[in-house]
Write a protein that binds this ligand. Structure first.
Ligand SMILES: Cc1cc2nc3c(=O)[nH]c(=O)nc-3n(C[C@H](O)[C@H](O)[C@H](O)COP(=O)(O)OP(=O)(O)OC[C@H]3O[C@@H](n4cnc5c(N)ncnc54)[C@H](O)[C@@H]3O)c2cc1C
Length: 415
């Protein structure tokens, strides 16, 4: 009989198993894949953005899916604890833009290996290539887990750390939602987050902007009344199916929510190519470029304002002949060109699938979880951690932070 069984060896399960075994308690970690931490190993483009060096308030701002639920867990273990934890394990970290923390080696394997070494040090028993098929529940009491072959394993505590449904080849196939349901828990609606956005706009279908990236633009998802429901100022990329890049990933969950709110598939998004300039300032700048080279073709006088392909596209959209010079430019056409630079509006029709998303939105309802312990409000000896919970953050280290924090706190309760 084990003190604790942890189902799932992603960041949340690895940390939960380490934390639960700190006082020499007998812990079993089960994972259905042949290796632990498969998703962790490919995270951050193989570099693992392990956490973020910002205040709790900033962290929570970047976890739009129930970030506030983590406040009390942060009192026990937070992003600064994560940084100290890995440095103590000999994994030196470095800070990059926007507070993002990576191993100095740029190798996610160092993070995975450090956690695996802790499992060995704490004598955690590990079963890989072993699938849990259900919880073992008798008389409404969690007794342990049941494996594929019907084998029952008993434990005083069970921690569900099975992740979401995204990138299923890493083992995250949503099994934990079935276990949670079996225990009487509510699963909120699942949806893809941090995922590219799709569009049928002619400029997407014709691929004329494909591969073009825009730096530091403001990308908005628009409500029915044309007002932004969210705006993110970051980089973005036009693709062969729509848009991607950091700003698009962050906006993606709002596309999903706005589609539901507007009860229609097609909704509007908007790009402000110069978010730090007012319409007046931008007009002055463009006018000066034209005036300084009035005899030149517009496409040449405005060279460098934005990427050439985007410039030509927007000039055409404004009915401006690329070859005409500044002498012939009509005020209405220039106004339209400026309007497009500040309010380029286009229709989108959804996102790529949950399987292709970086993160799964929705999950085990946090209303049924005790925030300070990650314990189930329905069963004293059942705990949840990581992405299986209805918690999701933006890219930038926020999801692994949530997984490690909730894993540590859940494990602590089982010591
Ligand atoms: C490509 C990619 C890059 C990412 N990069 C980052 C990043 O740099 N920073 C960041 O913060 N977030 C990143 N994320 C998100 C982050 O990786 C996840 O949020 C995080 O891994 C979730 O951890 P978890 O422990 O909850 O679940 P997972 O990492 O999904 O692990 C769940 C584990 O449970 C096991 N399992 C599932 N069902 C069963 C079962 N029935 N029996 C036994 N075992 C089971 C699986 O095999 C798996 O090992 C990235 C995601 C992707 C897809």
């Amino acid at each position: 009989m084990y003190e604790t069984i942890v189902i799932g060896g992603g960041p949340s399960g690895l940390m939960a198993a380490i934390s639960a075994s700190e006082n020499n308690k007998k812990v079993l970690l089960i994972d259905k894949k042949d290796q632990l931490g498969r998703k962790l190993q490919i995270s951050g483009g193989g570099r693992c953005n392990v956490t973020n060096n910002v205040s709790h308030d900033e962290l929570i701002k970047h976890i739009p899916g129930n970030g506030k639920f983590l406040y009390s867990a942060f009192n026990t273990f937070d992003n600064y604890s994560i940084i100290r934890y890995f440095e103590n394990l000999g994994v030196a970290l470095k800070e990059e833009d926007h507070g993002r923390m990576f191993p100095k080696s740029n190798n996610a394997k160092d993070v995975v290996n450090a956690l695996k070494e802790q499992l060995i040090k704490n004598q955690v028993e590990v079963k890989t290539t072993t699938k849990v098929t259900s919880l073992w529940i008798e008389d409404n009491t969690i007794k342990g887990v049941i494996l594929s072959e019907g084998v029952k394993i008993e434990a005083n505590h069970v921690i569900i750390a099975t992740g979401g449904k995204s990138v299923p080849h890493t083992g995250s196939t949503g099994d934990g939602y079935t276990f949670a349901t079996q225990a009487g828990h509510t699963i909120t609606e699942l949806f893809p987050t941090e995922v590219p956005i799709t569009s049928n706009e002619p400029f997407v279908k014709s691929k004329i902007l494909q591969g073009l990236s825009l730096q530091n633009i403001a990308l908005s998802v628009l409500r029915k009344n044309g007002k932004p429901s969210i705006t993110h100022q970051m980089d973005m990329l036009f693709t062969h199916f729509g848009i991607s890049g950091p700003a698009a990933l962050r906006c993606s969950q709002f596309v999903y929510h706005e589609q539901k709110r507007q009860k229609q598939k097609e909704i509007k998004m908007m790009i402000d190519v110069f978010p730090d300039l007012s319409v007046g300032q931008l007009t002055q700048r463009v006018q000066k470029m034209i005036n300084d080279a009035k005899d030149k073709a517009i496409k040449n006088s405005l060279k460098g304002l934005v990427h050439e392909r985007f410039l030509h596209f927007l000039l055409e959209q404004s009915n401006i002949n690329l070859e005409e010079n500044g002498h012939h430019l009509k005020k209405e056409a220039l106004d339209q060109f400026i309007h497009l630079l500040k309010h380029f509006t286009f229709t989108v029709n959804g996102t790529l699938s949950i399987e292709k998303a970086f993160v799964t939105g929705g999950g085990v309802s946090v209303k049924e979880i005790i925030p300070a312990t990650m314990g189930s409000k329905l069963h004293d000896n059942l705990f949840f951690c990581g992405e299986v919970l209805d918690i999701h953050g933006y890219t930038g280290g926020y999801n692994i932070t949530s997984a490690l924090v909730t894993g540590y706190v859940a494990g602590m309760q089982c010591r």
